[in-house]
Design a protein. Structure first.
Length: 168
């Protein structure tokens, strides 16, 4: 893990409150029953900012909005973002929160799913959140919105669609 080392008192007087954005992505970031933003990644981010004595406010937003905010607004930190070649020059990167994970596809047990190659994915409709890494990756290998991709604002909606057995 990379650690950001700074003199907090000098920073604290020179910058306004840090705008921190993230998405609803349990168990990394989500709202608990008290409407507080919590999770594995959130805990680490809060700890780092507290240690650096940086004043901040975290907001939970749909992924596309959080990404857009971080890309366009000064003094904004985004977390739980996957680092890739396309994004490399757009942000200042520090403090990896976790290693990149594999993709996982979920379906009900009574659905016969057979995926042996990336091409096989085109046989199915896959729910993804707009502009997330998975969305962009699946589009890059030829999957298309309204054909193979059912696009939602966040993963929670995707899971609810699955749980409600909504077909597209």
């Amino acid at each position: 893990m990379t650690v950001l080392n700074c003199h907090a008192s000098a920073i604290n007087n020179d910058i306004p409150k840090l705008n921190v954005v993230t998405e609803d992505w349990p168990p990394y970031n989500y709202l608990d029953k008290n409407e507080e933003i919590v999770g594995i990644a959130t805990k680490r981010v809060k700890s780092i900012l507290r240690e650096a004595d940086i004043h901040y406010e975290i907001t939970l937003q749909p992924w596309a909005r959080a990404y857009d905010t971080a890309a366009k607004e000064k003094n904004t930190l985004i977390y739980s973002i996957i680092r890739n070649e396309k994004r490399e020059s757009l942000f200042h990167w520090f403090c990896p929160l976790s290693p990149v994970e594999n993709f996982y596809f979920f379906a009900f047990a009574d659905k016969l799913i057979d995926i042996k190659s990336l091409t096989d994915l085109k046989k199915y409709t896959i729910a993804v959140s707009r502009d997330e890494f998975e969305y962009n990756y699946l589009k890059s290998i030829g999957l298309r919105e309204a054909v193979n991709l059912y696009v939602t604002p966040n993963d929670g909606i995707s899971f609810n669609q699955l749980l409600n057995k909504r077909s597209t």
